[in-house]
Design a protein around this ligand. Structure first.
Ligand SMILES: Cc1cc2nc3c(=O)[nH]c(=O)nc-3n(C[C@H](O)[C@H](O)[C@H](O)COP(=O)(O)O)c2cc1C
Length: 192
């Protein structure tokens, strides 16, 4: 196999861009199709596709923000106006948010953990696909990935849960790198 220098450079330097730094334009229809095609090309033991995607675009992002703020204020009636506004803007300002739902299937061969890992791969592949197409992205969960009522409102069915919301858009920033683990702190060699 020849080396793939562009891929290597990307992998050695890639960084997520925080959700607050993403703006219009987002992917057009053809770019979105390509982005989702790349993102869903992930390892998946026995090809059971234990995940699905929900797109949040345009005015849906504001409607979802209103509903999230309503649930947040039920959970904590003491929330002040500024905190509620943060909830209302939870799916802003990125033009596209892709919710990744883990949808486990009964399988004699692929334990649930493997299926969950496959769903996590879709999240990270969405980030990588976004950068491949010239956009920037960030994978977040936030409280609503852990709140059953919010998850249902966002599109999860019984037995399913969100494993990520990948915010995608254009950006003007290039974040500095963050500290990465030293290899010697995370790698050992098995000696029996
Ligand atoms: C499963 C998962 C959930 C995350 N949820 C959040 C979150 O809710 N809020 C947040 O600020 N960052 C969250 N992050 C971290 C972001 O992805 C952050 O952008 C990441 O640490 C940047 O790493 P990178 O520059 O190596 O891509 C989460 C990361 C993962 C893997």
């Amino acid at each position: 196999m020849p080396t793939n220098d562009a891929l290597r450079d990307y992998l050695k330097t890639r960084r997520s861009v925080g959700t607050g730094f993403l703006h219009e334009p987002g992917p057009n229809a053809a770019e979105l199709d390509e982005l989702l095609t790349i993102a869903t090309r992930v390892p998946d033991h026995t090809k059971i596709v234990p995940w699905r995607l929900v797109l949040f675009e345009g005015a849906a992002r504001e409607r979802v923000g209103d509903l999230l703020a309503a649930i947040a204020s039920q959970r904590n009636p003491a929330l002040d106006a500024a905190s509620l506004e943060i909830e209302r803007r939870g799916f802003m300002p990125a033009p596209l948010i892709v919710g990744v739902i883990f949808s486990p299937r009964p399988s004699p061969k692929a334990p649930e953990l493997e299926q969950l890992l496959s769903a996590g791969n879709v999240c990270f592949n969405l980030v990588n696909a976004a950068f491949a197409l010239g956009f920037a992205a960030s994978w977040v969960t936030r409280w609503y990935a852990f709140d059953p009522e919010a998850q249902q409102m966002l599109g999860a069915r019984a037995g399913e849960r969100f494993v990520g919301f990948v915010h995608i858009g254009s950006t003007d920033v290039k974040p500095e790198d963050r500290p990465r683990p030293l290899l010697e702190s995370v790698v050992t060699r098995w000696n029996g």
